[in-house]
Structure formats: C-alpha cells, structure tokens
Design a binder for this molecule. Sequence first.
Ligand code: PMT
Length: 410
Amino acid sequence: LRRNLLNPSALPQFSHPSILFTVGIPSLSSSTMSPSLGDMEPAEAESVYFNEYPPPKALPKHEALARAFIDLHVEANRRVVLVTSGGTTVPLEAQTVRFIDNFSAGTRGATSAEYFLEQGYAVIFLHRQYSLLPYSRHYSHSTNCFLDFMDEAPPVPGAANQDHGSIVVRDEYQTEMRDVLRKYRYAKQNNRLLLLPFTTVAEYMFELRSLAKLMRPLGPNALFYLAAAVSDFFIPRSRMAEHKIQSSELPPEYQGGGGGGGGDSGADSAVEGDDEIYTGENEAKPASQKKLVINLDPVPKFLHRLVDGWAPDGSMVVSFKLETDPTLLVYKARTALQRYSHHLVIGNLLSTRKWEVVFITPDPPHERWIRVPKARRSKSISGVEDQVGLAEIMKGDKGAAGSESQQAPN
Ligand code: PMT
C-alpha cells in the first residue's frame, strides 16, 4: 500500500537527479503528528507542532534580548516592527547534513528594515543566519563585494613604515558609503535594530511565536512584516533520521541503526523498497544506492495563530505571497487575506520581485501595483519602492496611487 501511494508517476513531485520529493500526500506512519496536522484546528495544530520539537537552544537568550529591546521602545512609545527575512530550512536528518531550503536571499527583508528604520521604527530583524542584513547588504553581495570599494593609500611621507599605506574607501564610493555607515551607526548606537537569526522552519516558528507574545505590551505600536520564505512541508522530528542517511549499502552489522535513522523517539527514517529509500517513514531498513523518496507533512499555517492569538490587539500584520505563475498571484494573495483576516498581503513574482509588487488590502482600492520605473531599475539593488508604498499606506494614503504606481495589466 505504501509503495502504491508513493508511486512517483501518480503523485505531485519535484525531482532532482538523485532525490525525489513526494509531497502533499497523507502519511501512513504512526507518528502522533500524521496524517491530520494540516486538517487540525489552528490551536490544536499549534500544540501538536510545538510539542514535537524542543525549543531552539538560542531561544531563551533571544527572548531576553527581545524583552529588553521591547521594554525600551514601549517606554519611548515608539513603533516596533518585526521583520522576518530569508528562507527556512527543512532538515532531513537530526544531525543535519542534508536539508531542503526555501528561496530567499533576504534582500526584501533587509531593504525593508532600512526603510522602517528611516520611518522611525525600531526593528526586530528575525532572519535566516548568514542571509543579507540591513546596511551591510550593500557590500556583501559577491557582485558588490566590499573589497571592490577599497584601495590602499600611498604610505604617508615620513611615516615609520613605508611598506604600506592605510586602507581607504575609493573616492567614487565615499558619499554612498558614508551615508550607509551613518545610518548603520545611528541604528546601532540608538538601539533601534535587534538582529536575531534562525535556520530551520521549527526554529523560525518558535521564535515567531515568542516574539509576537513578547510584543503584546506594544499594542497598536506593533507591526508584523513577514517577508521570510517559510517552508510549507517538513519531516516531523519523530520520523526524522538521527544520522546521515546512507546512500550506499552497509555491511549487515551496521544496518538498521545509524544511516537508516533512529531518532530520539526510536523512529527510523529510511524505508527501503526495490528501487527507492523512503525517508520520513517509521520502519527501519538499510539504505543502498537507490533513489531517495522524501515524505513530507504540511507545516500548519501559523498566520492564523499569529493574527488570532499571539500578536497584540490592534497590531498590524503584513504577509507576503510569492508565486511564479502570474495568473495565480492576485488570486492567491486575495485568498490569503480572506483566510487570515489580516491587513495587507504583498504579492510578488519570483521573476519580477525586484521591481514590481502588488498590495492586496481589505479596503479599496483592494489591488494596487507598485512598480519601479524602468529607468531606475538598474540602480535599484532590490525592491525598495514597495516599501515607500507601504509607508504611504500606513500613513493612510490608501486611495492615492503614487507616481510610480500603475494599474496591473490584464
Ligand atoms: O529575500 P529575497 O530574495 O528578496 O526574496 C523575497 C521574497 C520573494 C522571499 C519575499 O518577497 C516573499 O515573497 N516572501 C514570502 C514567501 C512565502 O513564503 O510565501 P508563502 O506563500 O509560502 O507564505 C505566505 C505567508 O504565509 C508568508 O508571509 C509566511 O510568513 C506565512 N506562512 C507560510 C508558511 C507557513 N507554514 N506558515 C505561515 O504563516
């Protein structure tokens, strides 16, 4: 029965030369989480999901930092935005060698954070570790490497060491770099920016829940800006391999434990068929040189819980919707807004995300496109004009389309 259900030709799948993902199918495992996690009421899904994992090790430290940061800005009656940024990973093994990742460099989140800071917000920047950060992003791309902005000045005449001069910023970059440096220093010295990293989807969920609850004293001064690309599928901890999944046959004395799985729960990850290894299943079988079939469960949509439970009353929630098919974008963004009853969905397409976004709002005009004019696209490192649009909307300028806004083509 399992073999039939996982028949690759009969199911939606993403394939890779050696890895086959089968997704969105009910699991046959006896895990406490499957098969109904995606069908549960949001509060029940929350309790089941969060019981599956130990909280991330860094959570208590992050909570302490966030509490102090929030207290400071509550005192100052300042608005605080939680910006989420970057992609979450789905580990295939508890001691993780392989993982599935979501697309996101962190450009949108890091750029938006800078604009929020400019608008007077304090920013909690919950980001994928090593993704782009506000301010440093200007110099951390490989195409925008900080070393290309530097020069070695000639040694100062008469100085003791004539072998080398000081490192200086090249003349043509002085103005721009000074501007970025000043903003960065201002944010740092005035405690306006708190950087908190995550890696896995579970870490992201724990952090999001904790931060939202900690933000309650902010009331309507809290804003959630969810630009992170969050995994929709995962392997529950109880079905995850403990060790690296083996791709080649092991001698009998090594089979059934290590490579095939055996997490803390005693569950195993790899089930062998004739041609395939299944991970995310419960039976122990040795791995061999075969396809890897990954059985993923849906991650509950915690936007529900954020809006209805975790976030402070009166706060504003903005989510993003990423699509690749232009015919689906507005429909999916509208559906998300209706489903979660929050304030704004910003839709973007993978291919055009840097110069056009669509704002979907509950109030008129309901759909508003914001585009960076062609002439300015080459200068725009990322989608920055959409943040200007967001600022306009927050100021109550709901109806007026900015000079760069246009109606969407049909
Ligand atoms: O970082 P860049 O390279 O600049 O790219 C930016 C971006 C394209 C990643 C960004 O603009 C963007 O669109 N981010 C959201 C991508 C995404 O995860 O879309 P989604 O359809 O999977 O999720 C929609 C919303 O639901 C998100 O706000 C997410 O926080 C939320 N969600 C998602 C999954 C889940 N299990 N629970 C959720 O609450």
